[in-house]
Design a protein around this ligand. Structure first.
Ligand code: THU
Length: 136
Protein backbone atom coordinates (compact mmCIF):
# COMPACT_ATOMS: atom_id res chain seq x y z
CA UNK A 1 0.00 0.00 0.00
CA UNK A 2 1.69 3.22 -1.07
CA UNK A 3 0.83 6.60 0.40
CA UNK A 4 -0.87 7.84 -2.77
CA UNK A 5 -3.36 4.98 -2.42
CA UNK A 6 -3.69 5.52 1.33
CA UNK A 7 -4.45 9.17 0.57
CA UNK A 8 -7.17 8.20 -1.89
CA UNK A 9 -8.72 6.03 0.82
CA UNK A 10 -8.63 8.98 3.23
CA UNK A 11 -10.31 11.17 0.64
CA UNK A 12 -12.88 8.43 0.03
CA UNK A 13 -13.65 8.27 3.77
CA UNK A 14 -14.83 11.90 3.73
CA UNK A 15 -18.05 10.80 2.06
CA UNK A 16 -19.51 9.53 5.35
CA UNK A 17 -18.49 12.58 7.39
CA UNK A 18 -21.23 14.07 9.56
CA UNK A 19 -20.15 17.70 9.76
CA UNK A 20 -23.47 19.45 10.22
CA UNK A 21 -21.94 22.28 12.28
CA UNK A 22 -18.55 23.02 10.75
CA UNK A 23 -19.21 22.04 7.14
CA UNK A 24 -15.64 20.67 7.18
CA UNK A 25 -15.42 17.01 6.24
CA UNK A 26 -12.39 14.95 7.16
CA UNK A 27 -11.44 11.41 6.22
CA UNK A 28 -8.62 9.27 7.53
CA UNK A 29 -7.09 5.98 6.44
CA UNK A 30 -5.02 4.15 9.05
CA UNK A 31 -2.51 1.57 7.81
CA UNK A 32 -1.50 -1.34 10.05
CA UNK A 33 1.96 -2.89 9.87
CA UNK A 34 0.50 -5.96 8.22
CA UNK A 35 -1.21 -3.94 5.52
CA UNK A 36 -4.80 -3.59 6.69
CA UNK A 37 -6.52 -0.22 6.36
CA UNK A 38 -9.16 1.26 8.68
CA UNK A 39 -11.04 4.29 7.40
CA UNK A 40 -12.70 6.91 9.57
CA UNK A 41 -14.41 10.28 9.30
CA UNK A 42 -15.37 13.11 11.62
CA UNK A 43 -18.72 12.77 13.34
CA UNK A 44 -20.06 15.98 14.90
CA UNK A 45 -22.74 16.47 17.52
CA UNK A 46 -25.20 19.18 18.59
CA UNK A 47 -23.27 19.18 21.86
CA UNK A 48 -20.11 20.27 20.04
CA UNK A 49 -17.41 18.69 22.27
CA UNK A 50 -19.09 15.31 21.87
CA UNK A 51 -17.95 15.17 18.25
CA UNK A 52 -14.99 13.05 17.18
CA UNK A 53 -12.28 13.63 14.59
CA UNK A 54 -11.61 11.34 11.63
CA UNK A 55 -8.25 10.19 12.98
CA UNK A 56 -9.67 9.03 16.29
CA UNK A 57 -12.58 7.34 14.55
CA UNK A 58 -10.13 5.32 12.47
CA UNK A 59 -7.97 4.46 15.49
CA UNK A 60 -10.92 3.45 17.64
CA UNK A 61 -12.27 1.23 14.89
CA UNK A 62 -8.91 -0.52 14.56
CA UNK A 63 -8.11 -0.74 18.28
CA UNK A 64 -11.54 -2.14 19.07
CA UNK A 65 -10.92 -4.94 16.60
CA UNK A 66 -7.64 -5.89 18.24
CA UNK A 67 -5.14 -4.00 16.07
CA UNK A 68 -2.14 -2.62 17.93
CA UNK A 69 0.61 -2.17 15.32
CA UNK A 70 0.29 0.83 13.05
CA UNK A 71 2.58 2.30 10.43
CA UNK A 72 0.85 5.39 9.01
CA UNK A 73 -2.29 7.47 8.79
CA UNK A 74 -3.41 9.59 5.84
CA UNK A 75 -5.73 12.54 6.45
CA UNK A 76 -7.83 14.44 3.91
CA UNK A 77 -10.03 17.30 5.05
CA UNK A 78 -11.66 20.37 3.59
CA UNK A 79 -14.97 22.11 3.01
CA UNK A 80 -17.75 19.58 2.58
CA UNK A 81 -18.09 18.62 -1.06
CA UNK A 82 -14.82 20.40 -1.93
CA UNK A 83 -11.20 19.52 -2.38
CA UNK A 84 -8.92 18.69 0.53
CA UNK A 85 -7.02 21.59 2.06
CA UNK A 86 -4.17 20.43 4.29
CA UNK A 87 -6.00 19.17 7.38
CA UNK A 88 -3.23 18.59 9.89
CA UNK A 89 -4.24 16.53 12.92
CA UNK A 90 -5.50 18.50 15.91
CA UNK A 91 -3.73 18.43 19.25
CA UNK A 92 -6.11 15.94 20.80
CA UNK A 93 -5.59 13.53 17.90
CA UNK A 94 -1.80 13.91 18.11
CA UNK A 95 -1.93 12.98 21.78
CA UNK A 96 -4.39 10.15 21.17
CA UNK A 97 -2.22 8.61 18.44
CA UNK A 98 0.93 9.01 20.54
CA UNK A 99 -0.48 6.48 23.02
CA UNK A 100 -0.37 3.68 20.45
CA UNK A 101 2.57 4.38 18.12
CA UNK A 102 6.25 5.23 18.19
CA UNK A 103 6.59 8.90 17.35
CA UNK A 104 9.84 8.42 15.44
CA UNK A 105 8.47 5.77 13.09
CA UNK A 106 4.75 6.45 12.62
CA UNK A 107 4.04 8.49 9.46
CA UNK A 108 1.37 11.17 9.22
CA UNK A 109 0.40 11.77 5.58
CA UNK A 110 -1.47 15.02 4.95
CA UNK A 111 -3.30 15.29 1.66
CA UNK A 112 -3.12 18.49 -0.37
CA UNK A 113 -5.67 19.96 -2.76
CA UNK A 114 -4.23 18.18 -5.81
CA UNK A 115 -4.00 14.89 -3.85
CA UNK A 116 -0.25 15.22 -3.51
CA UNK A 117 0.84 14.82 0.09
CA UNK A 118 3.33 15.69 2.79
CA UNK A 119 4.70 12.99 5.09
CA UNK A 120 6.12 13.59 8.54
CA UNK A 121 6.64 11.62 11.70
CA UNK A 122 4.19 11.97 14.55
CA UNK A 123 7.15 12.87 16.75
CA UNK A 124 7.72 15.98 14.63
CA UNK A 125 4.14 17.04 15.26
CA UNK A 126 4.22 16.23 18.98
CA UNK A 127 7.77 16.72 20.28
CA UNK A 128 8.58 16.11 23.96
CA UNK A 129 5.36 14.16 24.27
CA UNK A 130 3.82 12.78 27.41
CA UNK A 131 2.98 9.11 27.02
CA UNK A 132 2.43 5.82 28.78
CA UNK A 133 6.16 5.44 29.48
CA UNK A 134 5.92 8.33 31.96
CA UNK A 135 3.47 6.45 34.13
CA UNK A 136 5.47 3.24 34.48
N1 THU B 1 -11.31 17.52 12.41
C1 THU B 1 -10.87 16.25 12.20
O1 THU B 1 -11.66 15.33 11.94
N2 THU B 1 -9.53 16.02 12.26
C2 THU B 1 -8.61 16.98 12.56
O2 THU B 1 -7.46 16.65 12.81
C3 THU B 1 -8.99 18.38 12.54
C4 THU B 1 -10.44 18.63 12.74
C5 THU B 1 -12.75 17.79 12.37
C6 THU B 1 -13.35 18.11 13.71
C7 THU B 1 -14.58 18.87 13.30
O3 THU B 1 -15.61 17.94 13.02
C8 THU B 1 -14.18 19.55 11.99
O4 THU B 1 -13.02 18.89 11.54
C9 THU B 1 -13.89 21.02 12.14
O5 THU B 1 -13.00 21.25 13.16
Amino acid sequence: MDYAELGRLAEDARKYSYCAYSGFSVGAALLTKDGRVYQGCNIENASYPAGICAERTAFVKALSEGERDFSAIAIAGGPEGGRPSDAWPCGICRQFMNEFVEGDSFDVVVIHEDLSFTVCKLGELLPHSFGPEHLN
